[in-house]
Design a protein around this ligand. Structure first.
Ligand SMILES: Nc1nc2c(ncn2[C@@H]2O[C@H](COP(=O)(O)OP(=O)(O)O)[C@@H](O)[C@H]2O)c(=O)[nH]1
Ligand SMILES: [Mg+2]
Ligand SMILES: [Zn+2]
Length: 289
């Protein structure tokens, strides 16, 4: 990969930006990614978190970042830019009040990019860039159906060294095919981006995170069989086209209750948080890079 590093050029969509810009005018990616790469004189080691709308991306990533900043595992995260802290604060703050954080807006200019640098505690010189464009799943769906609609998604996936694909396991277990199709389409898009022939598998590591697994605990016992059964299209494509895929069940909720909001709509209430399988997919992915 050859990218000429410059503090004003967006790493994702290559657009030139003003000297004092905070976000890219083309794709809203934080320009701190370019600045960090330049000051540290290295190409980014990008890991992207992606998935359909409502699969649990915000909750998962907010929780993961919080665990990392509290040094729960082998790695430590240093947030770059206020949105990354806001994301974490938003998730932890709402869960503490027994609420899920509110939804992400749809407009491109309202995408929020979480960007953190991750360092291994014993090897602090080796840094990874964890990015999540907290975009609405609809934008990703639009890009998958009509490639070129959102150049940022293409730029991001082309440059990612690792991908965390989040899937709604509870929907999949209940026979909702949308969960499978979305992930299937996304992986097929990634496969085509690499432009490899049929005899060569894509070696970008992909961690498939089965979110909301508290609803379907069997996924914790055997995530591979779970995926093979409930996400069969995705599983088959990964099996035939990707060399480096692993499946992980994850959940942040210990028990869920049901209540109503001020308009009398039924909402789920996270009674207490009990993280399971949050760090594992991340640590696997970093090791696999
Ligand atoms: N039971 C359960 N529900 C979850 C979990 N994570 C998220 N959810 C539910 O999924 C909804 C969407 O989560 P969110 O992180 O906002 O999804 P996003 O659109 O992918 O960012 C939340 O409002 C919760 O109702 C989890 O670990 N367990
Ligand atoms: Mg979200
Ligand atoms: Zn850009």
């Amino acid at each position: 990969m050859s990218i000429a590093l410059s503090a004003t050029q967006c790493l994702i969509c290559q657009q030139e930006n003003a000297e004092d810009a905070y976000c890219c005018a083309g794709c809203s990616a934080p320009l701190s990614m370019s600045r960090e790469a330049l000051t540290q004189n290295r190409l980014p080691n990008m890991v992207t978190v992606i998935g359909d709308s409502n699969v649990g991306k915000t909750v998962y990533l907010g929780y993961l970042l919080d665990m990392l900043t509290r040094r729960a595992g082998e790695y430590e995260s240093v947030p770059k830019g206020p949105f990354s802290i806001n994301l974490q604060q938003n998730v932890m703050g709402h869960l503490a009040m027994r609420l899920f954080p509110p939804k992400t807006p749809n407009e491109v200019d309202q995408w929020h990019w979480a960007y953190c640098q991750i360092a291994h505690k014993r090897r602090p010189d080796y840094l990874y860039d964890l990015v999540m464009p907290d975009m609405a799943g609809e934008s990703i769906a639009t890009e998958l159906d009509a490639p070129g609609s959102y150049p940022a998604i293409r730029g991001l996936l082309t440059q990612s060294r690792g991908i965390m694909l989040l899937v709604d396991a509870s929907a999949a277990a209940m026979g909702n095919v949308q969960a499978d199709f979305f992930a299937f389409k996304l992986m097929s898009y990634v496969d085509q981006l690499t432009g490899l022939g049929t005899d060569t598998k894509v070696d970008t590591p992909v961690g498939v995170v089965l979110c909301k697994s508290d609803y379907c605990p069997q996924s914790f016992d055997d995530p591979i069989t779970f995926a093979q059964t409930n996400l069969n299209r995705l599983w088959n494509l990964c099996d035939s086209r990707f060399a480096n895929v692993a499946y992980f069940a994850a959940s942040v909720i210990g028990a869920i209750g049901f209540g109503t909001d001020e308009d009398d709509n039924v909402i789920s209430v996270p009674l207490h948080s009990a993280p399971r399988g949050i760090l594992e997919p991340f640590e696997w992915l970093i090791t696999a890079l």
